[in-house]
Write a protein that binds this ligand. Structure first.
Ligand SMILES: Cc1cc2nc3c(=O)[nH]c(=O)nc-3n(C[C@H](O)[C@H](O)[C@H](O)COP(=O)(O)OP(=O)(O)OC[C@H]3O[C@@H](n4cnc5c(N)ncnc54)[C@H](O)[C@@H]3O)c2cc1C
Length: 476
């Protein structure tokens, strides 16, 4: 370790690593301190159930990483990252045995939605067609682009995205397309009648066609490893097993970038910030939590509709109305009997994830923040509902509720995987209202986690933008 660094980054999640890479590639000396014994935050993989079964501990499906303009420029494939794209990006089965199937091709998907094909094309098509010119402006702090074409595209997207999912779905008639949109919108973890809940529906469905919903071959930890290799190549250093609890623990530096959420930032900085900013951090709101189950199976999931086995990701929650009711219950602090479940079946497409003939299942549902209820049976019941007999194939099980997730990674406060609620009042102005959301009243301290724009997910754009803010300021 050196005696002095231009920048110290606290936390090695995708945003911490993106911040460190941005700074190191700009010629600044950087060290990253990570509390856990391995790097990666939400990008780790482990044999959670049985030997030979590789599960993604947190993130598992990577449309946002694939879409990230910052990651795209790093050449991560040179460092062993390999994306695997299942033939069907996303499946949404219903009780009658039918399923909405989302293919990479928009037209093929629309054709499968029969009566709703044209409406789906109208809802998703403009964002898919404008994707390359739009995504950099969406995965960024709030701004108005100077070029008229870009500004128009962003405004056009915003008109739809600001709406509640419940309004946007009015153009769809059949339960397949309506359920499909509900599942994508539920990634927002908002009530589907809330403003801006439609944004997740549009972005996530558009991303299936624009970039796909890939998995990382051999596990999400290979994305973390590739980022770490780029950082080391640029001269950055990483120290693991080092939880930072106070500013005084840091080596001499010109700037610190915190890949932590407001709760930890307050604990680390103590009385450093005056009341105004400290109060803003204190009043920051966290969203619902999640409850996760990883399963080892002695065969594939026996889907009632065999086409669902072609999909990397499966949304289990039935109709729009059922998913909307479940998300409303969760946001009001109640656990629904049939929660909306997000499921991924990696081993069908990546043989390295399980012994021959065996399979992995990654699944979670939304729960009230800090919930202590064991939701694993409710999750398994939802899988069984669309795949009768799956229960008999379970040979290993690993569960993580909100408390376990927060113990694993302190950023998952109460099980919230997005670093704070992403509603209209907090999506653009996280962690508080400031012209530069990454800055703090101390010009040497920055926040770079998913508690800053553009928010949750593995894309690294919060870290990249925070580092650019430091490079415009104290690290100029
Ligand atoms: C179960 C689960 C499933 C998910 N699925 C997906 C998915 O499929 N796709 C997707 O895009 N996103 C997914 N996410 C969300 C995604 O993982 C997060 O939004 C993303 O990792 C946030 O990145 P970050 O860098 O802000 O924070 P994190 O990835 O949480 O990283 C923060 C890092 O900082 C470290 N740290 C915290 N405090 C300190 C301290 N005081 N000192 C030192 N180190 C510290 C932590 O140990 C951690 O390594 C999922 C998350 C979970 C938990």
């Amino acid at each position: 370790m050196a005696d002095r660094y231009d920048a110290v980054v606290v936390g090695s999640g995708p945003n911490g690593l993106a911040a460190a890479i941005t700074l190191a590639q700009a010629g600044r000396s950087v060290v990253v301190f990570e509390a856990a014994s391995t790097i990666g935050g939400g990008m780790r993989s482990a044999e959670l159930t049985l030997p030979g079964f590789v599960h993604d501990v947190c993130s598992a499906i990577h449309p946002l990483a694939k879409a990230s303009p910052f990651f795209a420029g790093l050449g991560l494939e040179r460092h062993g990252l390999e994306w695997i794209e299942p033939p069907v990006q996303l499946a949404h089965p219903l009780d009658d045995g039918s399923a909405a199937l989302v293919w990479r091709d928009l037209e093929q998907t629309a054709a499968g939605l029969e009566g709703d094909g044209a409406a789906y094309r109208r809802l998703i098509g403009p964002t898919v067609r404008g994707w390359n010119g739009l995504i950099g402006d969406v995965l960024a702090p709030f701004h108005i682009p100077l070029q008229p074409a870009r500004a128009f595209r962003l405004a056009r997207f915003g008109l739809d995205a600001l709406q509640p999912a419940r309004w946007l779905v009015r153009s769809l008639r059949e339960p397949q397309a309506r359920g499909l949109f509900a599942g994508a919108a539920a990634h927002s973890m908002l009530r589907l009648g809330e403003p801006i809940s439609g944004a997740a529906g549009i972005i996530f469905l558009s991303s299936t066609h624009a970039v796909g919903w890939p998995i990382a071959a051999r596990g999400s930890s290979h994305l973390a490893d590739a980022l770490s290799a780029v950082l080391h190549e640029a001269g950055g250093e990483v120290v693991t097993d080092r939880r930072i609890e106070a500013l005084e623990e840091l080596p001499p530096h010109r700037a610190v970038l915190f890949d932590v959420t407001p709760k930890q930032l307050l604990a680390i900085t103590g009385a450093h910030f005056r009341d105004g900013y400290a109060n803003r951090l204190r009043s920051y709101r966290y969203g619902p939590g999640i409850f996760k189950v990883d399963l080892a199976l002695d065969g594939p999931i026996p889907w009632r509709n065999p086409a669902v086995a072609e999909a990397g990701t499966v949304h289990l929650g039935g109709t729009f109305e059922e998913i909307a009711a479940g998300e409303t219950a969760v946001s009001r602090g109640r656990m629904p009997e049939r929660p909306f479940v997000l499921l991924a079946q990696h081993s069908l497409f990546d043989a390295s994830r399980a012994p021959e003939g065996k399979h992995t299942v990654w699944a979670y549902c939304h729960v009230p923040n800090g919930s202590t209820e064991d939701a694993s049976e409710k999750i398994i019941n939802q899988i069984e509902r669309f795949a009768p007999g799956v229960r008999d194939r379970i040979i290993g099980r690993h569960v993580m509720g909100p408390a376990a997730l927060e113990a694993y990674d302190a950023n998952y406060v109460g099980g919230d995987i997005n670093g704070g609620r992403q509603d209209l009042g907090q999506l653009f102005t996280r962690p508080g209202i400031r012209i530069d959301p990454y800055s703090t009243p101390d010009p040497a301290l920055f926040i770079c986690s998913s508690s800053t724009p553009p928010g949750g997910g593995v894309h690294g754009m919060c870290g990249h933008h925070a580092a650019r803010s430091a490079l415009r300021g104290v690290l100029r």
